[in-house]
Design a protein around this ligand. Structure first.
Ligand code: CUA
Length: 357
């Protein structure tokens, strides 16, 4: 039944853990609306013949009265149906917006007109996302220029890529294979060419790929001296600037030192001009003027791009914006560094960071 409906509706195969569940809601809505419009059409056809003018027609059409109870019952029935759609859809939305805790992180960056992927372990790739089957993967998505949207039809996954901030999506691929990914936000001339392949590998094959010379060679040394030109930066950015032995955390340490972050933020827990980075990830930060915010990837990124948007209570609003100063890849590296300084960080590698610039 599932397969028949899927084919009838021209849906791609269901290759992620939640794809089938999502399709059930899709089938339900399509079937209900099809049944509804068929009923309306059949009624129209029936009335057309039943009340066709024959011979001498009466001067006025008799008035028809529907009992109020029937009208209310009908309205309530329709309302309940919509609430049912909403309840199912909301539960799915909640599930899809909460990545499992053991998810593997991959940074995704969109730019005109390509997709780039970087792994916290170091490797990166352009146009091909390698993931293991049967393991949740959390995507931290951003854009370098305009708004894009990362869409993998077979996974029923779609998430916008917004410059200057991170959006999060996750999936768990269920079968090995190659699945196309597209950009679904019109982003310029080559929007329709902005696509990528998601290669789902057997977990063992994935480990082999991670360790392969090809993957390791995709990483380049991030230490580029001197002021960078736009062209240089774009070229360097073609591959995420991560090096084979330098994971994102190490790279974050270097970027933080180069950019002077450590003049105001400490890595060891002591408050300075700005809050310390140690232990901040995953905590609730009290804000100046009341309220609090969860220090997640999105908040940390916003704090770098738009520091005055949310100011941590007790600190002066003196941080400059780093929008355009550091690339999305470098931003990701700093976020990884801050995450690694948290005791129960998901991808923390204790001891991999030296405290001084
Ligand atoms: Cu990127 Cu459309």
């Amino acid at each position: 039944m599932n397969d028949l409906l899927r084919r009838l509706l021209y849906l791609p195969e269901q290759a992620s853990s939640y794809a089938r569940e999502l399709d059930y809601l899709h089938y339900l809505i399509i079937l209900v609306t099809m049944a509804g419009s068929t009923a309306v059409f059949a009624a129209a056809l029936y009335f057309y013949f039943r009340y066709k003018r024959r011979g001498a027609a009466p001067a006025t059409t008799p008035e028809v009265h529907i009992p109020l109870k029937q009208e209310i019952a009908l309205a309530l029935g329709l309302l309940l149906l919509f609430i049912l759609f909403w309840v199912i859809g909301f539960a799915q939305f909640v599930r899809m917006s909460q990545p499992p805790r053991d998810a593997m992180d991959v940074y995704v960056m969109g730019k005109q007109w390509m997709w780039k992927f970087a792994y916290p372990e170091g490797p990166s790739s352009v146009g091909t996302l390698y993931v293991p089957a049967g393991r949740p993967v959390r995507l931290l998505i951003t854009s370098r220029d305009v708004i894009h949207s990362f869409f993998v039809p077979a996974f029923r996954l779609k998430q916008d890529a917004v410059p200057g901030r991170y959006t999060v999506a996750w999936f768990e691929a269920t079968k090995t294979g190659i699945y196309p990914a597209y950009c679904t936000e019109y982003c310029g001339t080559a929007h329709s060419m902005m696509r990528a392949d998601v290669v789902v590998l057997d977990p063992a094959d994935f480990q082999r790929w991670l360790a392969s010379p090809a993957a390791q060679a995709s990483a380049v040394d991030p230490r580029r001296p001197g002021p960078r030109t736009e062209a240089e930066e774009r070229a360097a950015d073609l591959v995420y600037p991560t090096s084979a032995r330098l994971g994102l955390v190490r790279q974050g340490t270097e970027v933080a030192a180069q950019q002077g972050c450590l003049r105001c933020h400490s890595l060891d827990g002591t408050p300075h001009i700005g809050p310390t980075w140690r232990g901040v990830f995953g905590t609730l930060v009290r804000l100046e003027g009341g309220g609090q915010v969860l220090a997640d990837e999105a908040y940390l990124t916003e704090s770098m791009m738009d520091p005055l948007a949310k100011i941590a209570a007790g600190y002066p609003p003196v941080m400059p914006s780093y929008r355009g100063q550091i690339s999305p890849a470098e931003t990701a590296a700093i976020v990884e560094l801050i995450k690694s300084l948290h005791p129960d960080a998901q991808t923390g590698r204790p001891g991999s960071v030296e405290g001084s610039p």
